[in-house]
Design a protein around this ligand. Structure first.
Ligand code: LER
Ligand code: MN
Length: 281
C-alpha cells in the first residue's frame, strides 16, 4: 500500500477536508519531504490544473498523483450526474469526462463523490440512482477509450442517499470495467455495521481508500481502530493508496506528520522520519 495526501486548489473549499490548501507547490514539496508516495489533487475544474508544471514538479520529486477529485463540479458549479434536468446532467457528465482526461495525463483516477447527487422532490431515489448509473456507464465507456479510471465513492447519509455503504456502491458499479469503489473510512465509520466485513466483501472492487479517522482528522487523532482495517486490506490483496482526506487540524503540517506516523506504524514501513523534517510549512 502507498501513502497519499490531499492538496486542494480550490479557494471555495477552504473549509473542506483537505490537508493542504493554498500554495500547491509548497504543499507538494512538503509531501515529498515527509515521505509521501503521492498527492491527490482537488482542482477547481479539469482545465484549471496546471498539468505541465504540476507534472514536472512531481516527476522531479519522484512523487505520483494518486487521484483527481471532481467535487468542485458540485461545490462550485452545482452539477450532479443524477440531475433530472438533462441539459444540466450532460454538463455534469462532460465535466467528469474532461476530469478523466486530465487525470489520464497523470496516470491517475478521477473520483466521483459529491457529484453523484441525491434524490429530491422532483426526482425520487430510484430514478436518481438510475440516472447516476446511466451517467456512470457513459463515463466508464469514455474511460475505456483511454487509460482512464473512475472511483465511485459511497458517502454518508448527510451527503447523499444514492449509496451509503460499500455494498451499495459495489452494486452500483457492477458490470462496469474501468470503475472501482473508493472506501472513505470517515463515511464508513458512520454507515457500515462492520467496517472489516465491508472491506472483505467489497474485495477487489476497492480501488482507493480515504485514510481518515472517526472525526475526519488525521488517522491517530480520533478513535478509529485502524490496524484491523489495514489487515483486512492486506487480506484482500489491496495494493492501492491510503490517501489522507482530512481536515488540516490542528494544522496542515501536524495532520500530514500524524498521517505519516500512522502509516509507518500500521504498515511497519520505513519512510522519511517526519520528526527529522524542519522545513515543512
Ligand atoms: C469526497 O471524497 C468526500 O469524501 C465527500 O465527503 C466530500 O464532500
Ligand atoms: Mn472521501
Amino acid at each position: 500500500m502507498r501513502s497519499s495526501i490531499t492538496v486542494s486548489l480550490v479557494p471555495e473549499a477552504r473549509q473542506g477536508p483537505f490537508v493542504f490548501h493554498g500554495d500547491w507547490r509548497s504543499a507538494v514539496q512538503t509531501a515529498s519531504e515527509l515521505g509521501f508516495h503521492a498527492v491527490e489533487i482537488f482542482p477547481r475544474s479539469p482545465e484549471s490544473v496546471p498539468v505541465a508544471e504540476f507534472k514536472s514538479l512531481v516527476d522531479n520529486l519522484g512523487l505520483q498523483v494518486s487521484a483527481l477529485g471532481t467535487g468542485a463540479g458540485w461545490l462550485v458549479e452545482r452539477l450532479t450526474l443524477a440531475d433530472p434536468n438533462q441539459a444540466r446532467r450532460s454538463l455534469a457528465i462532460d465535466f467528469v469526462r474532461r476530469m478523466i482526461d486530465t487525470a489520464v495525463e497523470f496516470q491517475a483516477a478521477a473520483i466521483i463523490g459529491s457529484m453523484q447527487g441525491r434524490s429530491s422532490a422532483d426526482c425520487p431515489p430510484d430514478r436518481s440512482r438510475g440516472l447516476l448509473r446511466e451517467s456512470l456507464e457513459t463515463l466508464d465507456r469514455h474511460s475505456s477509450d483511454s487509460t482512464g479510471r473512475l472511483l465511485y465513492e459511497p458517502l454518508n447519509r448527510y451527503e447523499t442517499d444514492q449509496c451509503n455503504t460499500l455494498a451499495q456502491g459495489t452494486d452500483m458499479i457492477r458490470g462496469l470495467h474501468r470503475t472501482q469503489i473508493l472506501a472513505d473510512w470517515f463515511h464508513m465509520n458512520i454507515e457500515e455495521a462492520n467496517m472489516i466485513q465491508a472491506i472483505e466483501h467489497a474485495g477487489s472492487a476497492i480501488g482507493h481508500v480515504h485514510f481518515a479517522d472517526t472525526n475526519r482528522h488525521a488517522i491517530g487523532f480520533g478513535h478509529l481502530d485502524a490496524k484491523p482495517l489495514v489487515e483486512a486490506l492486506q487480506r484482500i490483496g489491496y495494493t492501492g493508496y491510503l490517501s489522507a482526506e482530512v481536515f488540516p487540524l490542528p494544522s496542515s503540517e501536524s495532520a500530514a506528520r500524524r498521517t505519516v506516523e500512522s502509516f509507518q506504524k500500521l504498515l511497519a514501513v520505513k519512510t522519511t522520519d517526519p520528526t527529522k523534517i524542519t522545513s515543512a510549512h
